[in-house]
Design a protein around this ligand. Sequence first.
Ligand code: SAH
Length: 330
Amino acid sequence: MIAESGPIPLAHYMALCLGDAEFGYYTQREPIGAAGDFVTAPEISQMFGELIGLWCAVTWRQLGAPAPVNLVELGPGRGTLMKDALRAIEAEPEFSAALTPHLVETGSRLRETQQQALAGTGAIWHNDLTTLPPGPLLLLANEFFDALPAQQYEKCADGWCERQVTYSDDAFQAVLAEAPSALDRAGEVGDVFELAPARTSYMADVAARLNTQGGAALIIDYGHVESANGDTLQAVRAHQAQSIYAEPGLADLTSHVDFEALCEAAVGVQAHGPVTQASFLCRLGIEARAAALRRSATPEQAADIGSALQRLLNPQQMGQLFKVMAFSPL
Ligand code: SAH
């Protein structure tokens, strides 16, 4: 298709690689887990989803315990976060009784996995936010925004030119748009800047919904607190980085989330954070939860709990790069 049409913007290439109905990565692959391409926090430890469940319960109380309430997750992967969160929420029976889980997922294979994980919970699936029922919502998104397409602009002598993808000599290749874009920002020749309209418009939709229906949103992802120049687009297959052109549709393609841009898009709502994932999980009591789990664990399980804690909290691993932000109506 690209061969026939000439160069297409990189964001369009990313959207096709990830979401194409026939060949897209999230349509055809089982990406997450040791046997897949990458591992996410809920898959590392049940503690992650449990603590987020408790965050939801506390936030629901702070909102005045609205009933009914929609517990919404964007891009739920294998359904593990929601499953662990719902189990922890059972400690707050009133909240458990008031909520309906809603999963926003476009990948048909992952939907099947989620349906198995969440059988019996009354969960309802959606392609986007538009079909959610009215009412206050608690919305969760872990590693969702990084999977929405990003554009890249490269600083040239005459301005910032958008990066595009073409197919020639039997391979996908990068080319630059002939004319510079309207982007106006400081940078050295060769610098790269990323913009992600798909992310900012999703964030604007979430903010609009919070404004009209009430509630709160919790967004967790890897990325930077302030907009900055840099090429963060990466392809990963079987836990190994590879060129973004090597195996379109077979490798995961993501880029770091620009949290400053997300905040700007969240018009009319209050932003809380970002804080690092380590700080967020520690404040929610992950150490105490780990100690409680260790008390009834075999030595082998206790070692697994220790290494999971390290992966989630260590600044060299997920602790620092991953950021957490919450949004609530003003
Ligand atoms: N939150 C999960 C999975 C992260 S991977 C976890 O932490 O394990 C990204 C998820 O977002 C996948 O479930 C993918 O199918 C989904 N996804 C990607 N683009 C989407 C879109 N536009 N709308 C809804 N879901 C999407």
